[in-house]
Design a protein around this ligand. Sequence first.
Ligand SMILES: [Zn+2]
Length: 324
Amino acid sequence: MMLRRELLAAMTGLGVASALAAGGSPLAAEDAKIPAIAGPDPATKTPSYKAPPGSVDTHTHIFGPAATYPFSPTRPYTPPDAPLETFRALHEKIGVERAVIVNATVHGTDNRVVTDAIAQSNGNYKGVANVNAAMSDADLAALGKAGICACRFPFLRRLGGVGDMKVFRTLVDRVAAIGWHVDIYLEAGTIQEFVPILKALPVTYVIDHMGTISAAKGIDDAEFKALLDLQASDDKCWVKITGPERASASGPPFHDAVPFAKKLIDNAPDRVIWGTDWPHPNVKIMPNDGDLVDLIPLYAPDPAIQRKLLVSNPERLFKFAPKA
Ligand SMILES: [Zn+2]
């Protein structure tokens, strides 16, 4: 297990860390050195599973178009454009009408790509923003008014990490004061280190991608057990049932990730939410979103639990108007 001081030492002043620190100067990244990543599978399959009305895809991204929404010069990777029209077509195809757009590190703390999409969604989209300590309370309030319900903290070295836990905690307190929750993206293998930090938070937190667990380690792995214990013992802890393609060792259709998702859902059925993670930045194997939808009834065979996972839980967490 990585010691906390080693983890924090690894998260030195790059990317998000520089964006988070008040007055931190952005690195002068050269575009040519930023790795390009693959786009999503454009041939989305029509899933066999029909999601209930009002279902929410709670983890998605929109990239650009870069001509309208320029990517951050300090971004950790460069994706192909994945604009709002393609995003809408994806959801049309998989039969999901509502979504939460999580601003990716590619757009830095410019959240317009998210708030502009929300503004055109007729109440069907909400957002998770990237914020930093330099933002004023009025900036945060304006984001809240535009449909942002949370902000994201990616504790990932490849996304720049977070260098200063005091800055993190101050930001958490500030967003908690305006009714947001926080979205936590952990580096694989660090859940145990984060348990005391997360338990001490004054606000609801959502752990992305099932805690970035690895299916190859098995259901009895200490990391996964730590996640289950945290989820069971802390009512503030929610888990996103996303990223089976990230957890899987067996490849499509990622059935080796199903027991993990199932266990997390059974463990706290009122504090789990589902998402595609379209357009799937930085995955080793690109999933087909139709296949991901068809995993839902394997995760949660009971329609009443499916409704919690897809409709009532995200409605409550992201403050969507309930669907009649
Ligand atoms: Zn994502």
